[in-house]
Design a protein around this ligand. Structure first.
Ligand SMILES: Cc1cc2nc3c(=O)[nH]c(=O)nc-3n(C[C@H](O)[C@H](O)[C@H](O)COP(=O)(O)O)c2cc1C
Length: 355
């Protein structure tokens, strides 16, 4: 059904207009207590076999929504009701900013991919904190992904992240330092260990200081060289971070026809994202929580990532092509597959094929 609507209607409309319409609709759903609860009861994961625990947080399913969809934390409850085991909001910056000029979001339908150069358009940390403070009604695990305000120079990046962390860490189930989006000039340079160490240290101090100690993760790019993936993993261990999210979008254009600038997500990212996950797992074993994201389309991908050592798996682009029941379907299929394999707890398969 969604496929027909997508081909006949949605694919003919500007993708960013659809995004705003969708978020508007989901916001209404988030604000309608009865409907929200009904949808949650029908679509949210309830199979105990799907439950995972990571850095002290309980997730009803390992599958969650990646950052970038709900940039201002406006529809977290609706996304939870639709079946996502967690919702990562953001990227949120300390100051509100408009992002890049439109058009900045492009569908590559044949390749089941997206290119975006949104540039962290968001209403800023204070507005997001207000929105998060309003959530109640259905249970939702919220990750908060923070990034650098565009106009802030690299030399003041740590202060800028710290300012967002102070505002948002107390409201987050986990906090993510995003240093991997390709659409803020210079941002990915912060992945170099000499720059990343002081930045992560400063944010960690804030995260450690919240009443519940907010778990801290770092999100990395698929375009890092393998040695740099290892270096970030080592740094995460050294600083006592809780996990690594791999990966963000890629600037590579291998196997795609479009030459639009921005970050590429979806199917073409799948292989590299999995490769980075395997590399991380080989480096850190189960000492860090690994969150795998990039090119996940269905239960086969989720299954593969879990076996390769991811405790949590995320997706975004898949939802654009599969529709609003995507997460529900993945959870349903994952439950079935676990049962078929005689597995009563998804945690039993995590890392099973890792070396
Ligand atoms: C339109 C769009 C906007 C995104 N914005 C962000 C963002 O603000 N912060 C971030 O960390 N990742 C962002 N991402 C990256 C996703 O979180 C994810 O890492 C990437 O898309 C790979 O997953 P996918 O192939 O399932 O989409 C964005 C992705 C898309 C498609």
């Amino acid at each position: 059904m969604y496929r027909i609507v997508f081909t006949q209607v949605l694919s003919r409309i500007d993708p960013e207009d659809i995004h705003h319409l969708t978020v508007g609709g989901l916001r209404l759903l988030s604000a309608a207590p009865v409907v929200k609860r009904l949808v949650h009861r029908r679509l949210a994961p309830r199979d105990p076999a799907l439950r995972v625990q990571a850095f002290g947080v309980h997730f009803p399913s390992p599958f969650g929504l990646a950052a970038g969809f709900d940039k201002d934390a406006r529809c977290v409850e609706a996304m939870s009701a639709l079946g996502f085991g967690h919702v990562e909001v953001g990227t949120i910056t300390a100051h509100a900013q408009p992002g890049n000029a439109r058009p900045r979001l492009f569908r590559l339908v044949r390749e089941r991919a997206i290119i975006n150069r949104m540039g962290f358009n968001n209403a800023g940390a204070a507005a997001a904190a207000k929105a998060l403070g309003r959530t109640r009604g259905v249970p939702v695990v919220v990750g908060v992904n923070i990034g650098k305000t565009k106009v802030v120079p690299e030399s003041q990046a740590a202060d800028d992240y710290v300012s967002s962390a102070k505002e948002l860490a107390p409201l987050a189930d986990y906090l993510v330092v995003n240093v991997s989006s390709p659409n803020t000039p210079g941002l990915r340079d912060l992945q170099a260990v000499e720059l990343l160490r002081p930045l992560l240290r400063a944010v960690k101090e804030v995260a450690d200081g919240t009443p519940r100690r907010t778990p801290l993760l770092v999100k990395i790019a698929p375009d890092l060289a393998d040695e740099d993936v290892d270096a970030v993993a080592d740094l995460a261990l050294e600083l006592g971070l809780d996990g690594v999210i791999a990966t963000n979008t890629t600037i590579s254009r291998q196997d795609v026809s479009s030459t639009e600038t921005g970050g590429l997500s979806g199917r073409p990212l799948r292989a590299r994202s999995l490769e980075v996950l395997r590399r991380l797992r080989a480096r850190v074993g189960d000492r860090l929580v690994l969150v795998s994201v990039g090119g996940v389309e269905g239960v086969d991908d989720v299954w593969e990532r879990l076996l390769a050592g991811a405790t949590l798996v995320q997706g975004y682009t898949g939802m654009i092509y599969e529709g609003p029941l995507w997460a529900w379907r993945i959870n349903r299929d994952l439950s079935r597959r676990l049962r078929r394999h005689g597995v009563t707890d998804v945690r039993q398969i995590i890392g099973r094929t890792a070396g």
